[in-house]
Unconditional design. Structure first.
Length: 665
């Protein structure tokens, strides 16, 4: 009903704005989303929320097979990587935990009510156009309510068809191969059906045996080299989307997505055990419709509807049950609908009301499984005021969550109200210097596993609450001569998590209980800069630098680890990305450093993890052969063959290689 109600012809206001996807030519943004303005020599960031963007050539110059590989270069991000191509990869931003980062794919959230984790390794870079990371929330009041409720948001945008005069279709085929037995063909097809309707489809296949050598050391014992086993993956992804332009500013999209994979789970290297036999199958499908239209010059509407079905199967032959080997199957469904109304009271003042409804169900073949159902009602009332040099936003968020279970336990209801306020100010009119700040309260619901997992779940758990404070500045310097432009972002922040959900042992080590016990305090600093240089002989040098300092400590009252740094959070981390461009050639070099960490809550020597760094280098040629656009690339990752663990006892690959070839018709 939402979709068809927007399809009527309207006399909408003609927009002079462009979306963030065309950053090179943008002059402003639609419906008050004034985030970035651009000119020939500079990019001005006006967002009151800290944001980091990878798009276009910036994205291509990173040696990235999946989205997880690319977002490692964002500041303030810890990526939990369990090793190899098939290893699961999750994101943790500013030490708030993986479940506090919402992931959006083409404007629609990708969730997992079962365990709260989104595996970013399954999103291939072949069809990704832009990656955006926002601390707090995206700086627009014209978005679904779900976008306001998470502590951080990650936006992924796939390629949108864009045709020049006389073009009717595009075909882009690519093939990658390299270490670990990697075979990765992909195909993107875009068709112009009419002046207002286009179709895009993409498919990709990834197959790899995942075997690589690593170094295994035991303190006071031996030092050996072994081969990582059971890290194979075989995955297939397919997407089909229809893009329609409604009269003047309106647009509508319909997307179908399928991901199907089987993988081995390599497991931890402990007690001289080098091989594991656990397997996992995933099948994810969703159908998503979105319509945006303007029914007057002042009134704008955005509607979304989505159905998703996720299947997950986990087999552990080493774990025996009465029926035989452990074989768990999960079936998760979600129905989601969203409606956003935005009204322009004045040229400088806009208000919006976003309402979301979602229905989540989970079924499993587990003993005494309660079969939960979750009804979520989210509302976000927002006001945005924009003047020439100031942007002020205020949001009031309300959520009501109703839990129902079919067997064994009793569901629970939760009602939460949270405020958000953010501002951006340009103190001087003659330069590109701006200051920004925000305050936000948010929460995350316990997952179905936290609440209802057999022998472990606790149906009385309260949501985790986060409070975020941020103060920062951006400075854009336009220059002439060798130095073309400089962009600097710096932010200091303070986060606090209350009622953190932790697992505590109960009657024995096989039965644990989930409790609201923990409190975490995070103090941090992030600095990002980008430099562009015009060198002699038509050579252009692009440099990007980022540094993060985080003090994330456990402040649980009467806790045994009070004042200790929380697990897997380095105090210091830094990245460098660079590109040298000459005619059709481009050489990229990227460096990543992660400081010392601890694998457990107690900061004692036995839990200490040494710092690690990696260097990646690539050489690309992007030109024409037989009047066709061709790109050839050679990559060397972990150039200096360093052996390291992102997660303790899950060794990462050493030096590895990749070749790529793409052809556009």
């Amino acid at each position: 009903m939402i979709i068809f109600s927007f399809s009527a012809r309207t006399s909408a206001q003609e927009s002079t704005s462009k979306s963030l996807d065309s950053l090179d030519t943008v002059k402003g943004y639609i419906l008050g989303e004034v985030i970035v303005t651009s000119s020939k020599n500079k990019v001005q960031i006006e967002s009151p929320m800290p944001m980091q963007i990878l798009s276009g050539q910036k994205l291509e110059k990173l040696n990235s097979l999946s989205v997880a590989d690319a977002i490692r270069y964002f500041s303030g991000v810890q990526l939990k990587d369990y090793g190899g191509i098939g290893g699961i990869k999750t994101i943790n931003v500013r030490s708030l935990g993986s479940a506090h980062t919402a992931v959006f794919y083409d404007g629609m959230s990708v969730g997992n009510a079962q365990n709260g984790q989104v595996d970013l390794g399954k999103y291939s870079m072949d069809n990704i156009e832009t990656i955006e990371l926002y601390n707090g929330q995206k700086s627009t009041i014209f978005q679904p309510a779900r976008g306001f409720f998470s502590s951080n948001t990650l936006f992924l945008k796939s390629r949108t068809p864009s045709f020049k005069k006389g073009e009717t279709h595009h075909i882009r085929s690519a093939f990658k191969t390299g270490s670990f037995g990697l075979i990765n063909p992909s195909l993107l097809y875009q068709q112009k059906i009419s002046p207002t309707l286009s179709l895009s489809s993409s498919v990709a296949w990834v197959k790899a045996h995942g075997r690589y050598t690593y170094r295994y050391k035991k303190e006071g014992g031996y030092d050996t080299t072994a081969v990582r086993q059971n890290g194979d993956v075989n995955s297939f992804r397919a997407e089909v989307a229809l893009h329609a332009k409604l009269e003047k500013t309106g647009q509508a999209n319909l997307k179908a997505y399928l991901y199907d994979s089987e993988r081995g789970l390599p497991g931890a290297i402990l007690a001289n055990r080098y091989n594991h036999v656990q397997r996992q199958w995933d099948r994810n499908f969703f159908l998503h419709g979105s319509v945006q239209n303007s029914f007057s010059k002042k009134h704008h509407l955005l509607g979304n509807i989505k159905f998703s079905r996720d299947y997950n199967r986990y087999i552990d032959p080493d774990y025996k049950t009465l029926e035989g080997a452990l074989d768990n199957k999960y079936y998760q469904n979600e129905l989601y609908a969203s409606l956003v109304n935005l009204y322009e009271i004045k040229d400088w003042w806009k208000v919006s009301l976003a309402t979301d409804f979602s229905l989540n169900t989970l079924k499993a073949n587990l003993y005494r499984f309660p079969y939960p159902t979750r009804y979520s009602y989210l509302v976000a009332a927002s006001s945005q005021m924009q003047w020439q040099r100031m942007d002020l936003q205020v949001n009031v968020l309300g959520g009501y969550i109703n839990e129902e279970v079919k067997y064994y336990q009793q569901g629970d209801d939760q009602t939460v109200i949270s405020p958000v306020i953010s501002a951006s100010f340009q103190p001087f009119s003659t330069n590109g210097f701006r200051i920004r700040a925000f305050y936000k309260e948010s929460f995350r619901m316990p997952t179905f596993n936290d609440l209802y997992y057999t022998f472990i779940g606790n149906s009385s758990l309260r949501p985790e609450f986060t409070t975020q404070y941020n103060f920062g500045a951006t400075w854009n310097i336009a220059a002439e001569g060798i130095l073309q432009a400089t962009t600097v972002q710096a932010d200091i922040y303070y986060n606090q998590i209350k009622d953190k959900i932790v697992a505590m042992p109960s009657s024995n080590l096989f039965r644990w209980t989930m409790l609201n016990l923990g409190e975490v305090e995070v103090k941090g600093l992030e600095v990002n800069t980008n430099l562009g240089f015009n060198l002699p002989a038509s050579v252009f040098l692009d440099l990007g630098l980022s540094y993060t300092y985080q003090q994330a400590i456990d402040i649980t009252p009467n806790g045994t680890t009070y004042g200790d740094q929380i697990p897997y959070t380095p105090k210091h981390s830094a990245t460098l990305t660079s590109a040298i461009i000459w005619k059709d050639w481009q050489m990229n070099y990227s460096f990543m450093y992660t400081g010392e960490r601890y694998s457990q809550k107690a900061n004692i020597p036995v839990n200490y993890i040494q710092p690690w760094y990696t260097s990646d280098i690539a050489l690309n040629w992007d030109g024409e052969l037989l009047k066709k656009s061709v790109k050839i690339g050679v990559e060397v990752n972990n150039l200096f063959n360093q052996y390291y663990d992102v997660v303790l006892h899950f060794p990462m690959p050493g030096r590895n290689f990749r070749l790529s070839l793409s052809l556009e018709l």
